[in-house]
Design a protein around this ligand. Structure first.
Ligand SMILES: NC(=O)c1ccc[n+]([C@@H]2O[C@H](COP(=O)([O-])OP(=O)(O)OC[C@H]3O[C@@H](n4cnc5c(N)ncnc54)[C@H](OP(=O)(O)O)[C@@H]3O)[C@@H](O)[C@H]2O)c1
Length: 276
């Protein structure tokens, strides 16, 4: 493996675009070391190639076989077909990074030459702005160096943690789907502001800054969120009135259930794909 590895993305959809935009804008990679491909939507590949300066390969098989690192960025339902199509061009010595939700490393390994290093990753879409929360887990043949390379790759678009593979569905429910829960919360806060007469623009600005400020407080003070919450809410005060209403409506329970249901769905999707 060279100091300046080459990459081949199989699947040029939203996740690949989020990764390209994060990686290239942070100077971690240069476009000439990256090839991308799709199954049939070649116009999309041409558009990404123009936008990010990455390579549209003339020969897709050689692009796969010559890349130091192959990134699998297809939908779970297309994983078996894509591995059937491209797996034969991947050999041990290359590294495979999969961002396919719910697909186990063993599912991938069974479709590749024995001994190929596979790393499974669950980034989230905030990688577009360099703030992904990415969990990684190694497959059977992945060694420390493979995991380090994958961590280096994803650390340019945010933070990385290493977890056991059995925890990947929980990660999917929490941080994989997590940005959508936050957007949903922001929608509700904005609507609340507007319902009380604020303009949508003012409501959005206030909500966004409140979100950023709270996130920064958590990050910079290192304090427990429950402690920070108690500091805002004095007994009998306005915040307490709001928090009591959230408790009455089981706000925390609803969020916990949402994450658990997303995990359950990830398990289900993994099982149904693995059964094919
Ligand atoms: N988006 C997220 O927030 C997020 C977060 C974490 C993980 N993920 C995971 O990332 C993966 C990709 O998601 P996405 O949102 O980027 O999906 P997407 O936008 O649908 O892109 C998937 C791409 O894969 C291509 N493809 C399918 N079969 C192929 C094959 N045999 N050979 C080459 N290319 C093939 C498709 O090309 P055609 O259009 O030509 O068929 C399509 O462009 C999924 O497994 C998802 O679970 C996504």
């Amino acid at each position: 493996m060279t100091d300046r590895p080459t990459y081949c993305f199989i699947g040029a959809g939203s996740m690949t675009e989020a990764l390209l935009s994060g990686l290239l804008s942070r100077g971690m990679l240069t476009g000439e070391r990256i090839t991308i491909m799709n199954r049939q939507n070649h116009e999309r590949v041409r558009q990404l190639a123009r936008q990010y300066g990455v390579i549209l390969p003339a020969d897709r098989k050689s692009a796969v076989s010559q890349a130091d690192i192959v990134i699998l960025a297809i939908k779970p339902k297309d994983a078996a077909e894509a591995l059937e199509q491209w797996g034969r061009y991947i050999r041990p010595g290359q590294r495979v990074i999969s961002v396919i939700a719910g697909i186990s490393t063993s599912f991938i390994e069974e479709r590749l030459a024995t001994g190929t290093a596979v790393i499974r990753a669950m980034p989230n879409t905030s990688g577009t702005v360099g703030l992904s929360a990415t969990a990684l887990c190694p497959g059977l043949y992945a060694e420390e160096a493979d995991l380090e390379e994958a961590a280096r790759f994803f650390s340019s678009i945010g933070i990385t943690v290493v977890v056991k593979e059995e925890d990947m569905d929980a990660v999917t429910g929490l941080s994989g789907s997590g940005p959508a829960y936050i957007y949903y919360l922001v929608e509700a806060l904005e609507k609340a502001g507007v319902s009380m007469g604020l303009t949508p623009a003012v409501s959005r600005r206030l909500t966004l800054q409140t979100l950023l400020g709270a996130a920064k407080m958590l990050q910079e003070t290192g304090e427990d969120p429950a402690e920070l919450r108690r500091k805002v809410a004095s007994p009998g005060g306005t915040t307490m009135a709001g928090l009591e209403t959230l408790a009455q409506h089981k706000f925390q329970d609803a969020l916990i259930l949402a994450v658990q249901q997303a995990r359950r769905r990830s398990l289900e999707l993994g099982r149904s794909t693995a059964g094919k």
